[in-house]
Design a protein around this ligand. Sequence first.
Ligand SMILES: [Zn+2]
Length: 255
Amino acid sequence: MIEKTEAIVLAVRPFSRTSLMVTWLTRDFGRIVTPVRGANRPKSHFLGQIDIAYRSELLFYIRNSNGVHNIRETTPLDYRDGLRGNWRNAVAADYICSLTAQSVETLLDAQGLYGDLDSALSTLAAGADAVDAVIRYEFALAGRLGISPDFSHCRECPSRTRDRCRFAIPDGHLTCPLRNGFSYSSDTVALEPGLLEALRQVKGGAPVSAVGGECALGVRRFMGMFLSHHLDLPLQSRRAAFAWLSLPANATAGA
Ligand SMILES: [Zn+2]
């Protein structure tokens, strides 16, 4: 049966000399994978039609299998042209696509996430700050996956001092060393009051660039720890992306 939907290209990898394996986030079917045979042959009608971050119309043959389906045709609706002359934003777009490919299960109802990703990529293509867009999308993704960190006040404080509370990464909320049975472990981290406030603001929609240098770095590191714990992913692509993004804005990609 042929299905038609809109989809964003999350990842493209070669699977033979001329063929590609393409991962998509579809609006209506969650994440799917389509082999594209002969995609790199000069006469292939797929040539130039598929690249990371494109938003496209996709026709495919749906099968009841592990999320792998045969593609019929695809037509790009948005090439994200703005990413072409802006390597920082292209790095950011590539990373959020790869993060989505790794963390979203097949056939998850992903309509909300599809909108979040499309809007993050459009923002990047329009020239928004790359780090702001990445962090905002990571918070949105965590929310859609039901693992949003909760930065509200510690509910375990026996006193109301709230000055020693730590964040329990696995539980996703603040926890209190003063309560019975608490044990220090690498799963809990201390958050300075300034950083905690910054995390609240960024979760609430403030751009991370607005919270100031030290705290911005803290927010970034916190999300790295949090996502790698909850998504059970090796986040090398995140480290690589932030290494690029920490280069000065006027650096060139070849430098
Ligand atoms: Zn507490």
